[in-house]
Design a protein around this ligand. Structure first.
Ligand code: F3S
Length: 392
């Protein structure tokens, strides 16, 4: 990969060992993927922030970078608890202390304490055509597909290296011709909104990687498309999708691609795989983090209803969204639900408190049931069925 004079100096360690390490990483990545050069980025999003995910090894790794500042706006994924309620899961004090240590390391690098996987709503909003270096697969697929920004599926480590240098290798999704669809996915039904999470899981499992061109979507919402993309990246590794007549770059795709179909029965059967039909102890919503309008819809449904005693309702969103939607949040909490910021049902160790968790999220249901991770018996329904389940 071609490096200019300044980049060569950094690689040789002439600007310090921290930047040298970051440049070594970008140089290796660019060489492996055949990048011709580095390009400037406008922002970065870092994943691997919860102590549950990165552990002590992650802390040791981050110590290496603490003396350098990021060069571009850089935001952080959710952490292991809500900063305002660190004790809500009866977390061991060691977990809390180590999580705080991780956050302080990121802060020392000038990284913003956003703790959300949906920074594209308020904190870090890319524009069409922006080159960025984002980790967090649900956010990567969202910004590539729905906003037309350009990022590869970075790891937390490569996104951090890119943030410290302010550049990323020019390959993959940064190059227009690589953003074309690689496979045609034809929906043989007109999906309803709750089907999107299941369709995402199905597409991810069927194609594993590549870029699907999805035809057959008629009615949709931003929330349904967000859920579709997040679920695809639970079962697959998909940087972007095109939805015919919907997403901004759908027209760039070629004709004559290999085609797979998804039928009504596939959706029914696949949903059942994740549904134990047990009575949930917890209904968890907000993977990816809830938007302002999703919180509003939940509030409208719960308005004038009474909560059941024996099931908890926890919602997850970003702190910015929670603040902007404080009216709805107050009403949901008056009903008996909890609206947490900074964290989510997957990166918080909810297994300390619950064994049976219900959700409408394809991504969450996939991770929640993994043994050695959250180890939950999962219940998988659409939003309004779940909200009915928490009402008396
Ligand atoms: Fe976000 Fe947590 Fe889901 S980070 S995408 S809410 S697993």
């Amino acid at each position: 990969m071609y490096l200019n004079n300044e980049e060569e100096q950094i690689l040789k360690g002439e600007k310090g060992t921290v930047l040298q390490k970051a440049m070594e990483l970008l140089n290796s990545l660019g060489t492996i993927f055949g990048a011709e050069k580095l390009i400037e980025i406008k922002s970065a999003q870092i994943s691997g922030v919860s102590y549950k995910n990165i552990g002590d090894g992650g802390i040791d790794f981050l110590q290496n970078f603490k003396d350098e500042k990021v060069k571009v706006k850089t935001t952080l994924n959710p952490i292991g608890f809500d900063i305002e309620y660190p004790k809500y899961l009866n977390l061991p004090s060691e977990f809390i202390a180590k999580q705080i240590k991780i956050l302080n390391l990121y802060k020392s690098m000038g990284i913003l304490a956003t703790y959300t996987c949906t920074p594209y709503y308020f904190e870090n909003i890319p524009s069409f055509g922006d080159n960025i270096a984002w980790a967090e697969s649900s956010a990567v697929i969202y910004v590539n597909s729905l906003l037309g920004a350009r990022t590869n599926r970075e790891s937390g480590v490569s996104a951090l290296a890119a943030a410290l240098i302010g550049k990323t290798p020019f390959y993959g999704m940064h190059i227009a011709k690589n953003r074309k669809a690689t496979i045609n996915v034809s929906l043989k039904i007109t999906p309803s909104l709750p089907d999107f999470a299941v369709i995402g899981l199905l597409i991810g499992e069927k194609i594993k990687n590549g870029i699907p061109y999805i035809s057959g979507i008629r009615d949709y919402t931003e929330s349904a498309l967000k859920s579709l993309g997040a679920a695809m990246n639970a079962t697959g590794a998909i940087p972007m999708f095109h939805a015919e007549m919907i997403t901004p770059e759908w027209k760039i795709s070629d004709e004559g691609l290999e085609k797979i179909t998804i039928e009504e029965n596939d959706i029914k059967e696949y949903r059942e795989r994740f549904n134990t039909h047990k009575d949930p102890e917890l209904v968890a919503l907000g993977c990816p983090h809830l938007s302002y309008s999703e919180l509003k819809d939940i509030y409208l449904f719960l308005k004038n209803k009474k909560k059941k005693e024996n099931v908890e309702l926890w919602l997850f969103t970003s702190r910015s969204t929670k603040q902007k939607a404080y009216n709805y949040v107050n009403q949901i909490e008056a009903f008996g639900g909890k609206v947490y910021a900074d964290t989510c049902m997957v990166v918080a160790p909810i297994n300390l408190k619950f064994k049976v968790t219900a959700t409408n999220s394809g991504k969450a249901v996939y991770y929640l049931r993994l043994p050695n991770y959250s180890d939950q018996d999962t219940v998988f329904y659409d939003l309004y069925t779940l909200l009915e389940m928490v009402c008396a």
